[in-house]
Design a protein. Sequence first.
Length: 171
Amino acid sequence: MTYEINKRWKEDLVYTEAGHEFSFWYTWFTPHVITVPSAAYWPRATPEWMHDRRTEILGRLQAWADDNNASLSETDIGYTSTRGRRPWVFGLGPRRDGGPLSGKHLAILMNSDERSPGRSLSDYDEWARLIHDHQGRIGSGISPRDAAWDLKRQLDADGIHDVDWKGSLPR
């Protein structure tokens, strides 16, 4: 089965396979350490598609670590008990297309296993699909900070608090 392992942000090492992804904690400073859920915690901290494949996936991570001057370390800290990594926030700058969100910064709540849309958003149809697929999970504002706070207010009202803001929410 084809897979990829890539760094995203400073603290994420993303394992991608068959359209699914899972983020492991990764220290961006040296020594580089990839933190993985312990064997006992693995079934509760990872999505179902990973449950019976720990040995295989850790072997792939170890090979990546060997090639990238990193090591693996087991822990249960940093992983939630039902979904693995937490849902995360993707910030998006303003578009100038005349639509209802034109000119506004956006903060979008992504599922824990979703990939960053990246450059695909330069295509309007991809952007529109992202907005459609995440209705009810989008904050908007005149600045990135305002968009993040708008999303936070919505999530607080819905009782959603376990979110990885990726540094986008000011203290």
